[in-house]
Design a binder for this molecule. Structure first.
Ligand code: FES
Ligand SMILES: [Fe+2]
Length: 383
């Protein structure tokens, strides 16, 4: 057994390319960060949210690029509401309410015919703007009440996003997806692995879990149970639009990949969130960077889907992909065991400790700008 493990590590270590190439990548990744630019991103005042601010806060990841086939509608669900989404032959995405305005059949079960979507119930056809253009066997006068609502859907860096807000006709709003954050790992061409998993819990629980440095030692096998707390922390600061970051200095766990394969003890962890649902955990050790980016899609009040991208600038080959996928999948299962047991009514807890700042910052913005239950302060059990 020992022989096999030694061999696996020998293979892994010999496939790591030279450190110099990583220095180049890292220089590219981090040289563009200008702390002096922080002042360009003032904190939002919820009383003064513009139509554009509100629109920007409603982009939701609904799948990976590879989940959408050309001319094949797919049903997606965000905040208890269904949407029919498909990719047309030009590679653009179309998103409609998944409710036919005639008698409410699910449009996502329909077919694409000549760039129109045909309802599976009576065959009415809507063009890519949502306008009713054909009713089999019947002549009709067009009217806006026949039309289906359309939403903006874009693909960015492997994820497909829908914006669930229809901007008011009187306001000019940028609907191109310009707000959607682009992680620096894209420019540095890091290797990436995509995963997703459904969880029976409220979406904010998942994002807060990704921003919780102290759970690592207890929930994850790679955590440091002897030294669970960071050696040093830089508290949350604003680094972009609705984007906050904390930095931690942490000692790697004895069973962590960082310690076992690289022999590195001291880590720097950059932990970030971008409203509404993006989190980043970037582990930096020696010249290497391993990044986990998540998006917690709220499907319903107690159902979410966690989309994950993991980037790395080492082990950039298929074996590296397989190891990363396996490690991340197990990590997600470890989290699942705990987060699905959290009762949403009590999730804010009764007190906070030193390293809870980042998740608390997220929580307060989330409640103000994204979502809050009507009975958020009511933690009594139902009769
Ligand atoms: S329900 Fe869609 S065409 Fe009648
Ligand atoms: Fe976790």
């Amino acid at each position: 057994m020992k022989f096999i493990i030694t061999n696996v590590f020998t293979i892994i270590i010999t496939i790591i390319p030279s450190v110099n190439s990583y220095l180049h990548i890292l220089t590219k990744m981090f040289s563009s960060r200008q702390p002096s630019k922080l002042l360009e991103f003032p904190k939002l005042n919820y009383k003064e949210l513009t139509e554009q601010n509100k629109y920007d806060l409603q982009w939701y990841v609904i799948g990976k690029k590879t989940d959408f086939l050309t001319n094949k509608p797919k049903k997606v669900r965000v905040w208890n509401r269904n949407y029919a989404v498909w990719k047309n032959e030009n590679g653009s995405y179309i998103g409609f309410d998944d409710v036919c305005p005639h008698k409410a059949a699910s449009l996502s079960a329909g077919k694409i015919v000549n760039n129109n979507i045909a309802c599976p119930y009576h065959g009415y056809e809507f063009n890519d703007q949502g306008t009713l253009v054909n009713v089999p066997g019947i002549c009709f006068q067009p009217s806006p009440i026949y039309d289906v609502s359309k939403y903006t859907v874009v693909e960015k860096n492997g994820w497909v996003y829908i914006n669930t807000m229809i901007p008011s006709k009187n306001e000019s709003v940028i609907t191109s997806g310009e707000y959607i954050y682009e992680e620096p790992e894209i420019a540095s061409n890091c290797s990436v692995v995509f995963l997703d998993m459904e969880y029976n819990c409220y979406s904010r629980i998942l994002s807060e879990n990704s921003l919780d440095i102290m759970h690592i030692a207890f929930v994850h096998s790679f955590g440091n149970a002897h030294h669970p707390n960071p050696i040093k922390e830089e508290p949350p600061k604003l680094v972009g639009p609705n984007h906050y970051k904390s930095t931690y200095y942490y000692e790697s766990g004895e069973k962590s990949m960082v310690r076992k394969a690289f022999g590195v003890t001291n880590l720097k962890i950059e932990n970030e969130f971008i409203l509404p649902h993006t989190t980043i955990a970037r582990v930096i050790f020696d010249d290497y960077v391993s990044t986990v980016m998540t998006f917690a899609l709220p499907i319903g009040d107690n159902k979410s889907k966690l989309f994950v991208k993991t980037y790395r600038n080492f082990w950039e080959n298929q074996l590296g992909d397989a190891i990363t996928r396996n490690t991340m999948y197990n990590t997600m299962l470890e989290d699942k065991l705990v987060v699905e047991g959290i009762d949403r009514r009590f999730m804010d807890g009764k007190f906070n400790m030193k390293f809870d700042k980042l998740q608390n910052t997220y929580k307060s913005f989330y409640k103000r700008f994204i979502h809050k239950f009507d009975n958020d302060n009511d933690t009594s059990y139902p009769e």
